[in-house]
Design a protein. Sequence first.
Length: 448
Amino acid sequence: MTDAPSHLFYQARAPRPFLSHGEGIYLYDESGKRYIDGSSGAMVSNIGHSNPRVLAKMKVQMDRATFGYRLHFRTHPSEDLAAKLAGLMPGDLDRVFFVSGGSEAVETAEKLARQYAVTQGQGSRWKVISRTPAYHGGTLGALALTGGKLFAGPFAEMFQEMPHVRAPQTYLDRDNLTEEERGLKYADELRERIEAEGPASVLAFIMEPVGGASTGALVAPDSYYTRIREICDDYGVLLIYDEVMSGAGRTGTFLACEHWGVTPDIVAMSKGLGAGYAPLGAVAARSHMVEALLDAGGFLHGFTYAGNPLACAAGLAVLEEMEEQDILGNCTRMGAVLMDRLQGLMARYPFIGHVRGKGLLTAFEMVSDRETMAPLPKEWNAHSELVELAYDAGLILYSRRTRGGVEGDHFLVCPPLIVTEAQIDEILQILTGALDTFAARHGLDVSG
Ligand code: PMP
């Protein structure tokens, strides 16, 4: 069965074992091998696998109805989840639109911004400035934001790439500025870009408050977040936070923006919202924006599966579980433990150049020289080699090779938010073994 030819195709030919089942932070393949889910899949499975309370609540909805088209019926799960989300959102981000994934959420956010601007007589505004590197999704509209060779590849000709500013990768800078000064320096690049594009043409600025697949858990200096909000306000540019990865509690607050007391105009979410129990995403926007759209005849946008009652029942059950088990509190506590353990690795492995993150969205980056942050040789494929070593030993990690103009290997260590300290030790034990093997293979120094 396992060796039968597959009609499915994804990115690569590399065969993976069949998944048997999951339990808590562990996954099992059909041979019985156990894996620690050290990346929550792709930062999705925030409350762990096969949670019986969530499954039971989904079953109740399953027995009632798994689909009701939104133009024909309202459903309780979608209304209740929207109300619950509105209560969790900061400020007046209390109107919610459901989608089925992150790319859909990002494109919905862009279209909402655009249609709102048109209702305000600002039809000249259409450019959405994004950061580079960034990741906002795989659909063509999202790729126009993500940009860059790594993600856009042969598709670059198929869309008009949006303008960019640099993501604040201050850990690569070797200047005499303080972190806070660096934060302002990067934020001010947005002002310059808006001026260069022509302020009347700029609709919005989109950013991941804590980076994910693109920058590997990049956190900006505090000054960056407030200055960006000020600049957007100065120019009437809408601020969109892509919290597809950082939202739903991954950084220890429900949305990452809460860490800096900044309220964006629109938020895109997915991943941890359905937490792997259902494909689910959401866009939240300020009430007055949505009212303007509704007054103008409604939002010219929609997806067939939007607000699917089973997906929303799953999302609601996930949020209830998060509250009942104080999962945000655990995330903050265990995030600090994980950060401490990862930083501890730097003493033993000189080729770990930087450790960063917030809550349980954490990453480390491997380099050939910590001082200059020069990357490891590209042909080593370190990002994939270390992941394979860990996988063989039963630890799932998520990695990428990318870093603006300079390429680098970063590894996201993002276990489910229910992880315990003992499980973090288990992750670190396997990771250390994989790093030792990697170092031995490549003749890299290991101290201690
Ligand atoms: N935005 C961010 C920040 C993401 O991390 C991702 C997925 N990695 C997306 C958007 C796209 O989400 P999806 O793959 O569900 O379309």
